[in-house]
Design a protein around this ligand. Structure first.
Ligand code: UT7
Length: 361
């Protein structure tokens, strides 16, 4: 039987760090509130285009897999922040990588995008229609935020993570998944005028997106959606929670992660957590956490990894990945992002000023 193993992995975190203390200088909040309610201590703000974060994560994943960009048949870019809507964001990544043999497209499933993308890549590799696929989760919800809304602005950061999926004869890679979406509740997490419903040329159009965010309802549905998806995956594989070696959950709130762990009866040392460093990076949380779990030696050959995510849509999903034989990269990529000469607060200032101005109107 043909399987679809993960053979390469890479991440890219922009260097500018926005701390909770920084946020207290632009809004009425506190380190104590943010840390106790969310687990987040700091997040990153990008000084380059999102495609550049994605391409560098992708280069690192290619090096880890020992592949060249020309070897790729497909790039799936899970994102809500393509550089342009026309053409797609994935074409910018293809161009920067030089992946001239790859078909490319964007996948918008918000925070669940990487899990959706891995599922799709796996199905295509297993079917034999493609050989080598790069799946990237890159996001930047800070771009959409109204920086006067403290209940949302403290949560998000920028990042990218990528994996390479290749055929394998042994049972490895994504073995089962469950994906879904509760479209009837799509308005509780929404940048409501971020697409073609936005009235062009209206007097009110000013660069501010109208954000709907019902935190407590999203919280409940996140626990329900990811819990249901994980249990369904376990049932499909006739596995028990104790068969999972490491849970790699979406990093939206430490309290959501702890609630899920309790429901799975999993001790927290079997759960990958890095929310304190990066906040919620949407489609990038799962691949970045996967990379860090490997870097920290928390994944052994043959381990059963359960990834789960939840986001706007309201999309949700989980997948069981059986890790292959190799837990170290075949090669390293020496490329770095261009140096950043601004602080995170300086990078944010135009968005903070713009949000304040738009709210005064
Ligand atoms: O990626 C998937 C999408 N996102 C999520 O999954 C997020 C899910 N939701 C959550 O993580 C939580 O609901 C939040 C972290 C967003 C909010 O936590 P909460 O415990 O549900 O707080 P709350 O909204 O009930 O607000 C409690 C209080 C309010 O004050 P009052 O009414 O009790 O006086 C808020 O005004 O906290 C206040 N508050 C803040 N205070 C300081 C809200 N935001 C802040 C803030 N700093 N940043």
């Amino acid at each position: 039987m043909r399987f679809a193993n993960i053979t390469g992995w890479g991440k890219c975190l922009p260097p500018a760090v926005l701390t909770n203390a920084d946020l207290t200088t632009i809004m009425d909040t506190s380190d104590e509130w943010i840390t106790s309610r969310t687990g987040i201590r700091e997040r990153r703000i990008t000084h380059v285009k999102y495609s550049e974060l994605a391409a560098l994560a992708g280069k690192r994943a290619l090096a880890a897999a020992g592949l060249k960009a020309e070897d790729l048949d497909m790039i799936i870019l899970a994102t809500a922040v393509p550089d342009n809507m026309i053409p797609n964001g994935a074409s910018a990544v293809q161009d920067q990588l030089g992946a001239k043999n790859a078909a490319v497209f964007d996948l918008n499933a918000a925070c669940t995008g990487f899990v959706y993308g891995l599922s799709l890549a796996t199905a295509m590799v297993r079917s034999g229609s493609v050989e080598r696929v790069m799946v990237i989760g890159v996001d930047g919800i800070p771009f959409y935020l109204d920086w006067t809304m403290r209940e949302v602005s403290v949560l998000f950061g920028d990042a990218a993570g990528a994996v390479i999926v290749e055929p394998s004869d042994t049972a490895s890679g994504l073995l089962a998944d469950k994906l879904g979406c509760d479209g009837d509740a799509r308005d509780i997490l929404m940048a409501s005028d971020s697409g073609s419903v936005r009235e062009r040329f209206a007097d009110t159009v000013d660069g501010l997106y109208a954000i709907n965010f019902e935190g407590q309802e999203i919280f409940k549905r996140a626990v329900r959606g990811m819990g249901f998806a994980m249990n369904t995956v376990l049932e499909k594989l006739e596995m028990k929670p104790e068969d999972i070696d490491l849970v790699i959950p979406h990093q939206a709130n430490i309290r959501i992660i702890e609630t899920l762990a309790k429901r799975l009866n999993a001790p927290m040392d079997k759960v990958m957590v890095n929310i304190e460093k990066y906040g919620n990076t949407s489609a990038a949380t799962v691949p970045v956490a996967l990379c860090e779990a490997l870097e920290q030696g928390r994944i052994k050959p043959g381990d059963n990894l359960m990834a789960a995510a939840f986001g706007a849509g309201l999309t949700w999903g989980a997948c069981l990945v059986k890790w292959g034989d190799r837990i170290t990269p075949l090669g390293e990529c020496d490329d770095e992002l261009p140096a950043c000469d601004k602080t995170a607060l300086e990078l944010l200032q135009p968005w903070v000023d713009g949000s304040r101005k738009a709210n005064e109107v």
